[in-house]
Design a protein around this ligand. Structure first.
Ligand code: ADP
Ligand code: ADP
Length: 231
């Protein structure tokens, strides 16, 4: 059984076509970089795969489930339990400390406060920001905030992590450090990762690159990455 699959996915915003029939398979444990120029449909594909957007046509399958056919409540539960999502700007809650932010997905999933706090501290430690547990996002650097956002995306130990330009707002050195940690932790947890990026460096950390062009998969497969660092 395929782990995660898109088949003939079509999606438009009003009259703007974003996906013109995209098919892609992702195996469990892969770290797939979706690359291609701005506006080619990368984010839209990621949102369809993650069950955030519903395609106009085609299907999204996750293990034995037709994600696109699930009612919103079920898709939302899937996103809270099996999937993790991470965006360019960590979208941490400004009023909450790092530990409270990281604990949030667990509290939503029904985990008790004490247990959620312990897990949050563990994940902050794994990202090397344990000392920021009681700090609010406004007092952190961009890199520190994004490390907390990675901790928050992984704290539920999702089977799939969807990341849209997760290091796009950081300088390249900080971005690369955050990405190395993300990839290392994903591999340790056997988390499958689908990563949208237009950055050659970032794509180099994937196990496979899928290149898009103009709402479709680029059949030439000529990616951005010159080398794959984690074969
Ligand atoms: P990428 O992630 O590769 O930059 P997107 O998936 O964001 O591409 O966008 C694909 C196309 O859909 C682009 O033409 C973009 O302008 C358009 N688009 C994306 N989101 C919206 C939206 N919410 N409303 C209207 N058009 C959109
Ligand atoms: P990304 O490609 O990383 O998603 P964008 O700048 O393309 O970044 O999109 C940021 C947000 O704006 C997304 O929510 C996207 O859906 C929306 N968006 C993108 N293009 C358009 C558009 N042409 N019209 C309206 N909204 C858009």
């Amino acid at each position: 059984m395929t782990f995660l699959r898109a088949r003939g996915v079509v999606k438009s915003y009003g009259h703007t076509p974003a996906l013109r029939g995209v098919s892609v398979d992702v195996d469990e444990g892969e770290i797939v970089a979706v690359t291609g120029p701005s506006g080619c449909g990368k984010s839209t594909l990621l949102h369809c795969l993650a069950g955030i957007l519903r395609p106009d046509a085609g299907e999204i399958r996750y293990r034995d489930q037709r994600v696109d056919a699930l009612p919103e409540a079920t898709r939302s539960r899937l996103r809270r339990t099996e999937f993790g999502v991470l965006f360019q700007f960590g979208q941490l809650v400004a009023e909450l400390t790092a530990a409270e932010n990281v604990a949030l997905p667990l509290l939503f999933a029904g985990t008790g406060r004490r247990e959620a706090r312990v897990a949050a501290l563990t994940w902050l430690d794994r990202l090397g920001v344990a000392d920021l547990a009681d700090t609010r996002p406004g007092e952190m650097s961009g890199g520190q905030q994004q490390r907390c956002a990675v901790a928050r995306a992984l704290v539920t130990e999702p089977r799939v992590l969807f990341a849209d330009e997760p290091t796009g707002a950081l300088d390249s050195l900080t971005g690369e450090q955050v990405l190395i940690q993300l990839v290392r932790l994903a591999r340790e947890q056997r988390t499958t990762v689908v990563l949208v990026t237009h950055d050659v460096q970032v794509a180099g950390y994937a196990t496979r690159e899928v290149t898009m062009r103009d709402g479709g998969i680029d059949p030439t497969g000529l990616g951005l990455a010159t080398s794959v660092r984690y074969p």
